[in-house]
Design a protein around this ligand. Sequence first.
Ligand code: COA
Length: 215
Amino acid sequence: MIHVHVVEKGNADAYASVLEQYHRWRHLIYVEERGWSGLRKEDGLERDQFDNEDATHLIALLEGEVAGGSRLIPMSKPTLLSEVFPHLVERGAVPRDPDAIDWTRMFVVPAHRLGRRPRSVAGAMFCAVMEYCLAVGATRVGGIMETFWLPRWQEFGWTTRPLGLPQDVAGAMTLAAFMQVSEKALAGVRTATGWHESVLVWHRAPGLVRRREVA
Ligand code: COA
């Protein structure tokens, strides 16, 4: 059974070995497979300036092994979109509110890539992102993304708002866009991926209360 774990500042110590595996997979996938050589690190762990205390990592575990992951950061903090690719935002300003969540580094380890088959690791990750965003009271999630994602969001019934036209980034057509966060969006991705139950595991550090819980 796949579960997607929420790994954040408050519980990162308990996930030290999982986090190392996650960053190692990111290196294998982004540097070796996709050829994003600017991310190469001598220790074989892909981390950048945004892998800091503001980042929450959603990590899919299958029998204790990392099967996929993603990184989420509130747009009120520095993000890849705000600091590196703000020029992709042509319509209005770069979102800087905490209710908008920047979503980057979505990956599935090669052995678990199943495309659109039901109950895939990718499907669990998509459900987890929407479930997490609802849990923290976010209203939209997105940032910089390649255009190949857009038909997927459509299959989930997600409402996507592009903030500019696609541009060539490292040979891939890429745009800034945010998807609306809602119960309907969660229901849509669950139906499309076959993950009807919650996939999220969130061991909160004692004393940490999420915004939605106090609302
Ligand atoms: N460019 C264009 N299309 C891509 C793509 C890319 N870089 N990566 C995946 N796709 C397409 C596949 O062609 C396939 O399309 P199809 O169903 O119409 O044939 C579909 O996405 C599914 O991809 P697949 O890899 O089979 O399965 P998946 O849904 O389990 O995983 C990813 C999708 C993107 C998570 C996985 O391919 C991956 O981890 N890739 C490397 C990391 C990455 O590039 N992430 C995106 C940028 S952060």
